[in-house]
Write a protein that binds this ligand. Sequence first.
Ligand SMILES: C[S@@+](CC[C@H](N)C(=O)[O-])C[C@H]1O[C@@H](n2cnc3c(N)ncnc32)[C@H](O)[C@@H]1O
Length: 228
Amino acid sequence: MTYVRKEVIGDQTLYLGDCLQVMPALGEVDAVVTDPPYGMSFQSNHRAVSHRNIANDGSTELLSWACRIKPDHSAYVWMRWDNLADVPMPRSLITWVKNNHSMGDLEHEHGRKTEVCGFYKGPNHFFPQKRPCDVITAPRTGNEHHPTEKPVTLMHQVVAWTAGVVVDPFMGSGTTLVACAKMGRKGIGIELDPEYFDIACERVRDAYRQPDMFVTAPTPAPKQETFL
Ligand SMILES: C[S@@+](CC[C@H](N)C(=O)[O-])C[C@H]1O[C@@H](n2cnc3c(N)ncnc32)[C@H](O)[C@@H]1O
C-alpha cells in the first residue's frame, strides 16, 4: 500500500497519504463517515487562526468519489445541499442544525445555519439503536484545529448509526476518529496534509487520555477486522 506514514493509536489507525491510493488496499469497508472537500476552494479570512487552503477543494470530484464507495453497512458523507446535483442520490439527507452561520455564501439571501450529510445504505445495513430521525442539533466547535472542523458531538451521533470499523478517507484534524475513540469503536483515517495528520494523531491520543471515553458500548462489528 502507498502511504507516507502510519500511526496506530489505541483502536485507531491513521494514514498520512492520498485516500485514492490507500482505500483500494483496505478492501471492503464496514462504514464510511467522512467530510470530503466540497469544491468550495475554501479559505476563511474571518478566523482567529489563519488556515491554509484545503487540498483538492477546487472541484466536487472527490466528494462524488466518496459517495460512490460501497461499504457493507453504510456511508455518511458531508456535503452542501447544492452538491446534490454532483453526487449519486442519497437514501436520505441528514441535516445538522448549528448555532452559527455556515462559511462562504455571505451574499446569499438566507444566512445558512444548517449543513447536510448524505446517507448511503449498504447491503447489510441496520440501525444499532432505535430508528433515528434525520436532524442533528449540535453547537459548532470553537476549536481551530482545522478550517472546516466538525464538532465531535456531531460525528459521535453519526458514528452511532454505523456498525463495524469506521473509515474516514478525508479525516482532516481527526474528528471522526476522536468520536470513535471516545465510543470504543475502531476507526481508520486518511489525510493528505502532514500538518492536519499530526493534529489528528495528537487529538486521538488526547481522546484516549481523557476520562469521558467509552461513553457508549461498542456496536457489533459485521466484518472488517483486519487492519493493513
Ligand atoms: C473538509 S476537510 C475535513 C475536516 C474534518 N472533518 C475535521 O473535522 O477536521 C477535508 C480534508 O481532506 C483532505 N484531503 C483532500 N484530498 C485528499 C486526498 N486525496 N486524500 C486524503 N485526504 C485528502 C484535506 O487536506 C482536508 O484536511
